[in-house]
Every structure is written in structure tokens, then in C-alpha cells.
Design a protein. Sequence first.
Lengths: 86, 329
Amino acid sequence: VTSPVQPKPLEVRGTAMRRRVGNAAFTVACYAATVIVIVPLAFIVWHLVAKGAQAYRSHSSRTCRSRSASRAAAWRTRSSAPPSSR
Amino acid sequence: MEATALTGRERTVAAQIERGRAASRIVDRVHHALLAALAFALLAVVALIAWECVRGAMPAIAALGPRFLVSTEWDPVADKFGALPYLYGTAVSSALALLLAIPLGLGTAVYLAELAPRGAGAAVAFVVELLAAIPSIVYGIWGLFVLAPFLRSYVEPWLATHAGFLPLFQGFPFGIGMLNAALVLTVMVVPTIVSISREVLLSMPRSLRAAALGLGATRAEAIAVTLDTARPGLLGAIILALGRALGETMAVTMVIGNTNRISASLFAPGATMASVIANEFTEATGKIHLAALIEVALVLLAVTAIVNLGARLLVIWSTGGRRDVAGAA
């Protein structure tokens, strides 16, 4: 049993070459969009981590230096004080 | 005797069933009432916000009238207020951000859902979704300390040299201004568009694409079929992004320059409705000044409501009112 309705031919827009070029352009555009989106976002994160880590390192080293300096000062004070005050 | 005992047991069981049904009906009603109360509570919250805005803005509405929406003057000392530069700034920054974010976001979503290897797509999507959760102040800091010097030194001079004949790219390259705000907004709204669009595309039946490929369509044509079917959901993603762009406050306040001036140049500083509220609310001591800022908030609320309504109508129009398509209203 065949349908009395004749199937419509598939609507093809443009030649095969044009369709291939369109397909390639679409795929490249999607890849490019992903790169354009990911790179700045990755750059933001990288920048925040790099600057944050730098600040953290400098802060922690400063804190260590000041702690050791205060310990040394306390030790000097203790050692220079007269025996009666120890 | 046996029949009577059975009847008695049956009666007991029937009574138990009836009691159970009555209890279920009560639970159903309570559940229904609770859900209705929650839904109306949301409505009430929105109505109360609008009411408070109207009440707070009443002195400015009475003093300034409709001139408030068309005037460009903002002088708290002389009690003269006009919100047109802020309306303009909000519209331009959001429109520019969407203009850049829509192709990028949809392209990335298509790549992640249709083209990328499964593992890579999931990993990138996870990172993008993580970025959607970054607080806006972080984007503001990045825009102020990294993007602004880059724009000032490289991008804006290049644009002024090569496209300076357009009014959009004329003027001194400050680095801070409408272009910076639009770019920061773009970076902020792209993850929203990508994550929602990707989910919508993944929820589409694979048979659509398979059928198109079976009929001899190229990969791009098959994806176009999927995109056409997913249009309502994709519109929803764009609307959510627009909502975020319209209401974004902190990042924009940090990079837009905060000047109540309308300029065709994207290099020029400007201001948005959200940024002027954030900047001046703590310093507003005059009654009219405070009321004018609340009126700006009211206008922002109205703009957001109108945009959402328009978007809802767009979705209904694009689906023909059907609810059986992805993301339909």
C-alpha cells in the first residue's frame, strides 16, 4: 500500500560546496566562541589567584619576620635584664 | 454467623479506608493551601516592594512629575533631578553586553552540547558554571585594575585610530566608561547564557538531530534544527542574562565612571540606574534627593518588569502558545 501523498523533495539551500563551507564556518565559529569565552574567564581566575598568592606570600613572610623580630627583642630584653627581675 | 463476622470485618476495613481517605483529603487541602500561600507570599513580596518604592518616591513624583524621566539635570543642591542619563546608561550597557554575549554564549553552548567530546564538554561546562557564581565585586576589581588599563593603553586608542570616524569611538580613551562596563557585563552574563542554553540543548531529543542527519543535512544544519526547536529555552536564557545585566550594580559602579552625562561615545564615562543608587544612597540627606533615588529604583523595577513581560510575550509568540516545547512560558 503506498500513500497517495507524494513526498516533497528535501529542500536543499545552496550547492554542496556552499553547504560544506557553511558547515565548516559554523563549527569554527562555535570553537572560536568557546575559546573567546574561556580565555578571559580563565585569565580572570589566573589573575586573581596570582595576585592573591603574591599578596598572601608577602603578608605571611612579613608576619613571620615581625614575629621573629619580636621574639628576638623579647629574648634580648630578658637576657639584658638584671637577675632579680627574671 | 460467619457472614455477619465477615460483614463486620468488612465494615471495619471500609471505615478504616474511609478514615484514610478523609485524612488524605485533609492533607491534600492543607498541602494545596500551603502551596497557594507560598505562591501568594511571593506575589505579596513583589507587591510590597513596589508599594514601598511608590511610597518612598512620592515626594519626588509630586515635586518633579514626568519631567524626572526626560530631564538630564541631576543637582542635589538645587533639588533638580532627572533620570534620563541613567536610563540611557542602563539601556546602552545592557544592550551592548547582550550584543556581545548572545553569539558568544550560544556558540559556546552549542560547542559544549553538540560538538565537544563528552568529558571535555562536562569539564568546561563545570568551570563555566563555577564562574557564574563569582561575586560581582570580583568582576568589578578585575575590570578596574586589569581591563581598564588594557582598554586605555591598547583597545581604545586602536579603535579611535581605525574607527574614529564613528561617533561611538570618538573622545579621549579613559579606560573607564561605557565600553568597560559593557565588557564586564558581557563577561558576567556569558556564563548564565552558556549554562542554561547548554542544559536546554541537552534536553532536546537526539532523534531530531539524527533525523536531520539521516535526511542528508550537514552537522550545522542538524544543529540548526535543534536550535530552532530549543528557541523558547534559549530565549529564556537570554532574558535571564538581560535581567542580570539590567540590575547589575557593584561591578558596573566600579568601572562605568559615574557621570550623569549622555554621550554617543563608548569611551565616555556614564552611569546606570543601579550605579547611581549605589553611589548616592548613603549620602542622600535631602528629602527630595532620597525620594528621587527611590524613584530611580522604581523606574528600574518597572523597566525590569516590562522587559520580562515583553520576553514572555516573545516566548509565547515564538511557540504559538504551546507549552510542550523546551522552556516554554
